[in-house]
Design a protein around this ligand. Structure first.
Ligand code: HQG
Length: 178
């Protein structure tokens, strides 16, 4: 499969594993054969080897096989209600969220919410946040006082692939980087 096509197949996988209603089980897993067949509906020459390649080379480590190797799931990013077994973690004092400037008014009114996803996605470095924000327009990085939030009882998780997650961030814990 050409790299372009593999990239498109990988987008379909991200969609199926994170957003397709009733595609995975309650823990976000699906049998590999089911996933491959679904991808083949659009890309008939898709194979298990290509799936292995996507999982192995994905730059964000988005996917994991289960311990038997028979099922696969996305580590984070879901909009469908799944429980991937996230374990509560002590966050660093500060985390970052990248967004687009056009969302700022709303964000400083309502705070950060997951929108279509189950959690707000945060990173420990600003570089990642800038990249995430640029997906939506002119990027801006927001500083999140995660340590303060934790002290106040808010819960943080870190996904298998290192993304920090929390349900919502109230305005008082947010500031815009200059
Ligand atoms: C914004 C990618 C208005 C929020 C990335 C964001 C990430 C608000 C957008 C992962 C708001 C949602 C997630 C409010 C939040 N008013 N806008 N109150 N609260 N927003 O794509 O964080 O490549 O669902 O700032 O790397 O951009 O898919 O979330 O701009 O880790 O693996 O609403 O997706 O990872 O956008 O990105 P998204 P995100 P993958």
């Amino acid at each position: 499969m050409k790299p372009m096509k593999l990239d498109k197949a990988s987008r379909k996988i991200a969609y199926l594993l994170r957003h397709a209603p009733d595609f995975t089980d309650e823990h976000g897993y699906v049998e590999i054969g089911t996933l491959i067949n679904a991808v083949r509906e659009t890309y008939p020459d898709f194979t298990k080897e290509l799936l292995d390649e996507i999982v192995r080379t994905d730059e964000k480590g988005r996917y994991s096989y289960d311990e038997t190797g028979r099922r696969i799931r996305a580590n984070q990013g879901h909009s469908v209600q799944v429980d991937v077994g996230l374990v509560e973690q002590e966050p660093p004092a500060v985390l970052y969220h990248g967004t687009a400037t056009r969302f700022l008014d709303s964000i400083f009114r309502e705070g950060l919410t997951g929108q279509t996803r189950l959690y707000v996605h945060l990173s420990k470095d600003e570089e990642t946040a800038i990249k995430v924000g640029a997906r939506h327009g002119k990027p801006i990085v927001l500083k999140v006082q995660a340590g303060e939030m934790r002290k106040a009882g808010y819960v943080f998780y870190r996904s298998e692939n290192g993304v920090w997650l929390t349900k919502a961030v109230p305005v008082r814990y947010l500031s815009a980087e200059s």
